[in-house]
Design a protein around this ligand. Sequence first.
Ligand code: FAD
Length: 499
Amino acid sequence: MGKAGWDDEYDAVVAGSGAGAMAGALTAASNGLRTAVLEKTALLGGTSAYSGSAIWLPGTQVQERAGIGDSSEGARTYLRALLGDGSAAHREAFLATAPELVEFLEKDPAIEFEWRPFPDYFAAPGRLDLGRSFVPLDLPAERLGELAGLVRPPVDRDRAGRGHSASKPMMQGRALIGRLLLAITATGNGAVRTETPLTDLIVEDGRVAGVEAGGLRLRAKRGVLLAAGGFESSAALRSERGVPGGAAWTMAPAGANTGDAIAAAVRAGASTGLLDQAWFCPGSLMPDGRAAFTLGFRGGLIVDGSGRRFANESLPYDQMGRRMAAAEGPFHLIFDARSRGLPAISVPPLMPDEQLASGAWVEAATLPELAARIGLPGDVLAGTVARFNGFAGKGTDEDFHRGEDPYDLYFTGGEPAVVAVDEPPYVAAKIVLSDLGTKGGLRTDPDGRVLDGADRPIAGLYAAGNTSASFTGPVYPGPGIPIGSAMAFAYRAVQDMRR
Ligand code: FAD
């Protein structure tokens, strides 16, 4: 231990290793700050590594290169229409930072992005029908060398305890985390410490001076950035805060995000907000009791515990999740032989045989038989499907307007969104309310500074990503908002530390 009781000294200490944490660490390390990334688990990247890595940072050089006519002004119109002006200061900080952040990141030889069409999630002024988000380019694993083994693999391989595929480059979230890791390593100022969970903050003279992590006392001369995910994997905190869904059904890596950083900051006087909120999504129940993020429906219909539809199944996943939270389950996706397997995208992919063998999917030759097997009245389910098939015939969903929004058609390849379900055998797939992480947490100012109960910044303490209360409140405006906003506020936090 050093003379002041520290095991090690850094300028910036970052807890967590998702996209926000890694962007913050790169900002610090590339500006000459001696930086530590502390990760609780043996692998880097958290849910960010599992993600599709769409990044919603508007008005940047990436959209300009793609010629999609995105602008900060259009994005402002869109966010304002969805969020009002309640979080205007954060919105403006986010918009002002996006172009600067992307320019900074792409200056690094390890980092390159490209625009990828994916519609914004709401019909509101300023929306771009093909979206404004972008993704990192795939990363050949050889570029990472032995560091590759540190990056959390895709969700299916990770849950099975398998590493990366030897034959494929790192893609999506893995590419993002891998690229940020390469860039941090190249600065020579970044130490990445896995299996080093932050357990507490050390406060000296009214300022956060360092952290306790993995049994060590680590000094942070400029500041501590908490970007260690939300509390989606804590069943106790979810139930205490009333977050619908379940810890077993969240998409976050098992056991990783249990709200440790939020709790440590609260002990240091931090205030919290939005604690009942998450980035919700429908999840297909899997044989092991976990869920698979299910989106992009191109067939089938979802019924509630009464056997009736309750929403447009093609809604953007967070909106569908919120409809589920307001309805009564259990929920089932009903589809038929026509769709040749799940008529949607699932992450991880589902194996029909395993789904059927486990009872997560049930199959029958007729709808009344299917209904009986899942405990629904046969006449109600048959009536729901008959009405739905009638809409397919007319080409109009008179109940929930499925297919009327560009988002609904994005996944159907131009085919109608309402397709008749009338080719036996019929399948009922159990659908649960899943999430991509909680989005409530530490209240911050637009520079990522954590606020106390009197709205005063706690000196030396910053938060970003799902550790912080999102400026988007209960709204998920478009693909890449969780990661884009995590990166933007982490970047701003480190700029503040440098001042
Ligand atoms: P995480 O990325 O989960 O990182 C938190 C890290 O902190 C973890 O590694 C965890 O182990 C670590 N940690 C926890 N506690 C401690 C502690 N005490 N000390 C140290 N470390 C700790 N969002 C998008 O924006 N775009 C997308 O395209 C997208 N696609 C998605 C696709 C899938 C399949 C999933 C599952 C999610 C997707 N999301 C997407 C959502 C997004 O990935 C997450 O909401 C976001 O990445 C969360 O970032 P985070 O940094 O807050 O948490």
